[in-house]
Design a protein around this ligand. Structure first.
Ligand code: P6P
Length: 330
């Protein structure tokens, strides 16, 4: 349910964050400041993304990132911008980025939070002007404040997230996040340089008729998933797959439907990353009333062991996900 202090559409992100902070006596302002730091970096990336074609930022840089994928220039810029914003902001003691194998220390060992982030997911879509996105996940550190952050700060498990969100750089730029009290969307008005509350208290539909997966992988899917997808086609559902996770997720959240990235022979544990893709999207999805599973358990219950581990992902309208899981259980 929306908080009694719910603010009207049109309020700025800064005002909204302050309002929510005052609504929680324990709030000391650090998380508020951290969210502002993330919003600032995303404004800078919005600008880079929207002029990439103009100043030849697109195209491979020939630099391999930890994932062994060709690194687009905007990938590098986005990673640098978030690291810099969080270092300057002072609230995060460490980051884990999709672009770097190991922990990135901010030098702020007194920071109470750690951030797992995919600075710019779907960067192979940049050159063809397809929407791309940032995904972030925030934990309170479990190691003593003042000491060097450790692996366990990032391996607490999805249920321990204190906040999660994404920024979708699409036909417009929208920041969607949760701190566990519902999900709100803020559309960027670049003429003001402000994120404005445009999608208060997002609740995803209980059912849907849109399915979203890369059907090019169909033959690699478990037969139960193939059967479920055949049933979707027989019911003349609509297929929508953008191939950019944040864009597919956002459509699913607002319109209802089911998004599937199952295990394949090429990616036996699925392709999507647990810490900075599946966990944050699962937190948001559950807060908006979606169901999200790895096929065996709720994604938020998966015990993490490795920073860059992958997970299958099935997410969307509860009725649709339940039907899929019934197929998978037979
Ligand atoms: P496939 C982009 O590389 C990405 O990580 C996600 O943004 C996207 O949803 C997925 O991979 C697409 O993967 O195998 O369908 O091309």
């Amino acid at each position: 349910t929306s908080h009694p202090l719910a603010l009207p559409v049109g309020v700025t992100l800064d005002r909204y964050i302050m309002n929510r902070q005052t609504a929680f006596a324990y709030a000391t302002g650090e998380l508020s400041q951290l969210l502002r730091d993330i919003a600032l970096a995303s404004k800078i990336i919005h600008r880079e993304v929207n002029r990439a074609g103009l100043i030849d930022l697109t195209g491979g840089m020939g630099v391999e990132n930890v994932q062994g994928e060709s690194q687009q220039k905007l990938d590098v810029i986005a990673n640098i911008r978030f690291i810099r914003a969080l270092k300057n902001g002072g609230e995060a003691c460490a980051l884990l980025s999709e672009e770097d194998e190991e922990i990135i220390y901010t030098g702020n060992n007194n920071g109470k939070y750690v951030v797992a982030i995919d600075p710019l997911d779907g960067s192979s879509n940049i050159d063809v002007n397809v929407s791309i996105g940032t995904i972030f996940s925030i934990y309170r550190r479990v190691t003593p404040v003042g000491t060097l952050p450790q692996r366990e700060d990032f391996l607490q498990g999805g249920q321990e997230q204190v906040a999660a969100g994404y920024i979708l750089y699409g036909s417009s730029t929208i920041l969607v996040y949760t701190t566990g009290c519902g999900v709100n969307g803020f559309t960027y008005d670049y003429s003001l340089g402000e994120f404005i509350l445009s999608h208060p208290d997002i609740k995803s539909p209980e059912d849907g008729t849109i399915y979203s997966c890369n059907e090019g992988n169909l033959e690699q899917y478990d037969s139960s998933i193939q059967s479920y997808l055949a049933a979707c086609r027989q019911q003349q559902y609509t297929a929508r797959y953008i191939g950019s996770l944040v864009a597919d997720f956002h459509r699913n959240l607002l319109k209802g439907g089911i998004y599937l990235y199952p295990a394949t022979t090429k990616n036996p544990n699925g392709k999507l990353r647990l810490l900075y893709e599946c966990y944050p999207l699962a937190f948001i999805a559950e807060q908006a009333g979606c169901k999200i599973s790895d096929g065996n358990q709720p994604v938020l219950d998966i015990i993490p062991t490795d920073f860059h581990q992958r997970s299958p992902l099935f997410m969307g309208a509860p009725r649709m996900v339940k039907t899929l899981l019934d197929y998978m259980a037979t």
